[in-house]
Design a protein around this ligand. Structure first.
Ligand code: ADP
Ligand code: MG
Length: 224
């Protein structure tokens, strides 16, 4: 049996670095010989797959995935997926997102799924159906990794995200802090986040880093 393992990448908000860090994770895994792919349920604010998060990770990590396998829903409007889908009249179907995941699972042993926005992100909100980002995580039974900023304000954002996820029984494997530059405050942030959440800060990413400072085997162990 060779069941595909998955990991969901969420963050304390949009633009925090999910895509950047996901690129580093997938590249590290692939360079170490793990057959690791990428998937995102819905992308808004992109004109093409190539210009989107999916295109970036596909290229940076050298995956070579086909464009249609990377993301089933792409919207031009740079707004929450539920609104972009309304504006562009292309509502998201859970079955389509799950089918896309399953298709990738046939090609990869490790599948990295990037979330949209932070953990609270409406995916669909109309008379027919209501889907939240966390429904993807539950439907696919994925553990999560949280990307957060290393700087001021991050304790609040991380603890709110973790408490929200714990209240909904969404398992969290690790936290990665992005845009780390050191110093007394950022070092204290690491310590406080670990103490207040009981979750390890598994890696620190500096501006412009092209390599993740964690063993590929340790990353692989987060996937389930
Ligand atoms: N460590 C980093 N070094 C350099 N640029 C970064 C870093 N982290 C994020 N960025 C840049 O910041 C922007 C937002 O990051 P991104 O990964 O797209 O966030 P998210 O996926 O969470 O919305 C992008 O332009 C990205 O290239
Ligand atoms: Mg992104």
């Amino acid at each position: 049996m060779n069941k595909t393992k998955g990991l969901f990448i969420t963050a304390t908000g949009t633009d925090v670095g999910k895509t950047y860090v996901t690129g580093l994770i997938v590249k590290k895994m692939r360079d170490a010989g793990f057959n690791c792919g990428y998937y995102k349920g819905a992308i808004s604010g992109a004109d093409s797959v190539a210009q989107s998060d999916a295109g970036y990770v596909n290229k940076f990590a050298g995956i070579g995935q086909s464009e249609d396998s990377l993301v089933p829903y792409l919207y031009k409007e740079a707004v929450s997926p539920h609104l972009a889908a309304k504006i562009e009249n292309k509502p998201i179907e859970m079955a389509v997102v799950k089918a896309g995941y399953a298709k990738n699972a046939a090609s990869f042993n490790y599948l990295t799924m990037e979330g949209s926005g932070g953990i609270v992100c409406p995916i669909r909100h109309d008379d027919k159906e209501k889907i939240q980002l966390e429904d993807f995580i539950k439907e696919l039974s994925l553990p999560s990794l949280i990307v957060a900023d290393a700087g001021l304000g991050t304790i609040n954002y991380v603890v709110l995200t973790v408490e929200y996820m714990k209240a909904r029984n969404l398992p969290i494997k690790a936290i990665i802090l992005n845009n780390y530059s050191g110093g007394i405050m950022q070092e204290d942030n690491i310590k406080m986040i670990e103490e207040m959440t009981n979750i390890k800060v598994a890696a620190l990413v500096k501006k412009g880093d092209t390599e993740l400072d964690i063993a590929a085997e340790a990353l692989a162990a987060f996937y389930e």
